[in-house]
Ligand binder design. Structure first.
Ligand code: UN1
Length: 498
């Protein structure tokens, strides 16, 4: 039965505004092409209105004690818990990940919002000794002001919540622009903050294109920080535009994440891990396993196991709990992935998959077979981010070569090694060039209480999640308190040594 496709407005100054006659766009279910929601194509004027509202709301929110800001986040978490099943289904309907992962997306939101609520009682600065007597030195954290959160479609509730909850606990006001093809999930996230009683104007929501809404945010002087997760090209554009205004631009971009399987690995364990890492979320995670680096001694055996298992891998309607992989998220995604598969067919050996799925329900949506290529290191499919269910398998002779191959890409988000050799595991923790390393687990599934981010072209040095999430959204103020009642001169008045 077709579910209804609601019309959403923009959320500005605590009100859903939906003036008549505005251009609208629709989101669709990538499994069926049924409409999911209808949204306003935002304009620069909408962005200005959202920033005006944020500016008006900011001082009061900044001055609200952080533990009380935390109370609000706890209410948001309760609402998300109550609505978990409903929201999980919206995630699956609008983005296409299987329903267990749709629920997981919402659970990751809940986990993070709860975690950040506790941060309201920390927001820690530091105290350090002074070189002078009767003088106190410390840092305190203050909000940046008005921040922009620009989010992708692959974690359509979790990533918005990572950014919004961290920005709010830090005392900022927000303008939030979601990816257009999952605007419905984003709108439902906003509704949870509205229902929790967030004061009007503290969180504003403007849908629309990156070219128009994203550019307006990146060039508006009142936005001091932009938190962006998405592709490298769009990230670079936001970074360059933001740089003109000397904004802080926090980027979480792509990955080309390897799993290394050494000759002593537990192959059964690794099989489940590689399947989940490569084909979970149809490979559309920044953390997805897109390269499998196999030691030559177990190469044939493990590849055989993988191919055998994939013969029985179920692809289909992601709302069906038995299905292992859903569609890819959009027609555009489908086209890009199929283009990469064609490149792969020319430069590597296709071992399984490699096609769009046809027939029956497949014809209505964007379904691609789980695909495996055997390839030499250095091909495009082994080095470029595909963001789809495509795994490149590479053969190496030893640990050293495995790490060399793993590191020889422009990205560095997640990485993994399966081995029972503790020395080698510890070496890999140090030697893999990535923000995240897993031992005996696949490259996906980071937990919210730890920092998330990467090196090289995956970002520009920042981290989300964990307690460090607040660094992106706070300024450090350094405070000196001199209680000596006389002028003391640092670097000049030097106390005699004891
Ligand atoms: C992403 O793909 O951008 O670690 C985020 C994971 C998830 C988050 C992925 N917890 O796979």
């Amino acid at each position: 039965m077709a579910e209804r496709a609601p019309e959403y407005g923009l959320f500005i100054g605590g009100k859903w505004v939906s003036p008549a006659g505005r251009t609208r766009f629709q989101t669709i279910n990538p499994a069926t092409r049924e409409p999911v929601g209808s949204f306003i194509s935002g304009t620069p004027q909408d962005v200005t209105a959202a920033i005006d509202a944020a500016q008006a709301a900011f001082p009061k929110w900044r001055d609200t004690p952080a533990p009380h800001r935390g109370d609000l986040l706890l209410r948001v978490a309760e609402i998300l818990k109550r609505r978990k099943e409903e929201l999980g289904r919206i995630v699956t309907r609008e983005m296409g990940k299987v329903i267990a992962e749709g629920r997981g997306d919402v659970q990751e939101s809940i986990d993070f919002v709860e975690y950040m609520a506790g941060e309201g009682r920390r927001l820690a600065g530091e105290t350090v000794p002074s070189e002078l007597r009767s003088k106190f030195c410390m840092t305190i954290r203050q909000p940046k002001g008005i921040v922009a959160c620009i989010t992708p479609w692959n974690f359509p509730t979790a990533i918005p919540n990572w950014k919004i909850a961290a920005a709010l606990i830090s005392g900022n006001a927000i303008v939030f622009k979601p990816a257009s093809n999952t605007a419905g999930c984003a709108a439902e996230v906003v509704k949870a903050y509205e229902e929790a009683g967030l004061p009007p104007g503290v969180l504003n929501f403007v849908t629309g294109s990156g070219g128009i809404v994203g550019t307006a945010l990146a060039t508006e002087p009142r936005i001091r920080t932009i938190s962006f997760t998405g592709g490298v090209d769009a990230g670079r554009e936001v970074y360059v535009k933001g740089a003109q205004g000397l904004k802080m631009v926090h980027l979480e971009l792509g990955g080309k994440n390897p799993v290394i399987l050494m000759e002593d690995a537990d192959l059964r364990l690794a099989l489940d891990g590689v399947l989940f890492g490569a084909f979970g979320t149809s490979g559309q995670r920044c953390t997805a396993t897109s390269r499998l680096i196999l030691h030559e001694k177990i190469y044939d055996e493990f590849l055989g196991m993988l191919l055998e298992r994939l013969k029985h891998f179920s692809v289909g309607n992601p709302l069906d709990a038995k299905i292992e992989m859903g569609p890819v998220a959009s027609e555009d995604q489908e086209r890009k992935i199929l283009e990469f598969i064609e490149i792969g067919k020319k430069e590597a050996t296709l071992r399984i998959g490699g096609h769009k799925l046809h027939g029956g329900e497949y014809d209505r949506g964007f379904f691609i077979e789980p695909t495996i290529f055997e390839t030499a290191h250095g091909t495009r499919i082994s080095k470029e981010e595909i963001f789809g269910p495509v795994l490149s398998v590479l053969r190496v002779q030893d640990y050293e070569e495995a790490v060399r191959v793993a590191n020889d890409v422009s990205y560095g988000l997640s990485s993994s090694i399966y081995t029972r050799d503790v020395n080698r595991a510890f070496r890999a923790m140090q030697e893999l060039e990535a923000g995240i390393t897993y031992i005996n687990a696949p490259t996906i599934g980071a937990e919210v209480q730890l920092p998330f981010g990467g090196v090289k072209n995956t970002g520009n040095g920042g981290r989300e999640a964990g307690s460090v999430a607040i660094e992106e959204f706070t300024e450090l103020k350094t405070v000196f308190v001199d209680f000596s009642s006389k002028l003391q001169k640092a670097q000049i008045d030097i106390d005699p040594s004891p």
